[in-house]
Design a protein around this ligand. Sequence first.
Ligand code: ACO
Length: 325
Amino acid sequence: MTRYSRISGTGSYLPPRRVTNAELAADLASRGVETSDQWIVERTGIHARHFAAPDVTSSDLALPAARQAIEAAGIQAGDIDLIVLATSTPDMVFPSAACILQSKLGIAGCPAFDVQAVCSGFVYALTVADAMIRTGAARKALVVGAEVFSRILDFSDRTTCVLFGDGAGAVVLEASDTPGILASDLHADGRHVGILCVPGTVSGGRVLGDPLLKMDGQAVFKLAVGVLEDAARATLAKAGKSAADIDWLIPHQANIRIMQGTARRLKLPMDKVIVTVNEHGNTSAASIPLALDASVRSGKVKKGDTLMLEGVGGGFTWGAVLLDF
Ligand code: ACO
């Protein structure tokens, strides 16, 4: 019998400190950096984001999200036999945030590793977990996106620091006789490393280069809309479906204008697009599972709905996963 994978539970967590545009603008003004609520809302659709306290790590945010997903799936942490965690802001250089999360969950023995594909991380992680379940390497996978992007923001650069936030989202992906995940499509193009990166690294006990986020916003914008359309169409074709079969598009929450552009190209009305960027900002690998969990808990996304998850980010990386929820 063909083996598939299916999401059996979702969870998410936002750190308690919610920072509105007005609060951020006032804080930036005190550093001589000028921005406004109006500019941020008009260009991005973001009204607020959450920032973690300085001593809170990605695995700290991942833990309550993971516990919620495990509870929603009706299983115990000890039933998990694979952890794949997508992050670009891991707790340490090594070991992986996935191993740290495993220990915080009080479990041991199952494989646990991080996936680094920046804002595409969650669709990469979900695709890897799906493949491992299909081959029989796992039966109950915990797939997480967790980020503390506030740690790598340059608060003297108004073109980037207003865009991002912190948070975590998680799903339990279980082996199933019926799909589940219908198709996925992943890509990368390393020629675009420089348009979105944190170029610094640790070397000889010191930080070498700039450890803060750099972005060519317009270059990212232009690439993002095109590749998101391509990935959605390729995934639909693999599954033998059309855009009309999508109940909900859950794109990476980077910017409302990127989401509107993608929906327009796919001829999907915006009322079929899950939008949380207004309240979360861009939480990179956490944004899709955060949006998924919010829409499940609000009752928008229901069992049996067909969902298109789409990510795009640094690398340049992009991809999509089509699934029956
Ligand atoms: N507040 C006020 N003014 C600002 C701010 C700010 N926060 N940031 C930039 N400006 C100014 C610029 O200095 C510029 O002023 P000038 O005309 O006097 O030179 C003006 O606003 C316009 O700047 P642009 O960069 O042309 O603004 P644009 O309309 O392109 O919007 C943005 C910038 C929002 C970054 C846009 O390019 C974008 O959304 N790009 C996509 C990038 C993205 O979403 N990245 C997320 C990470 S990647 C990912 O997740 C896919």
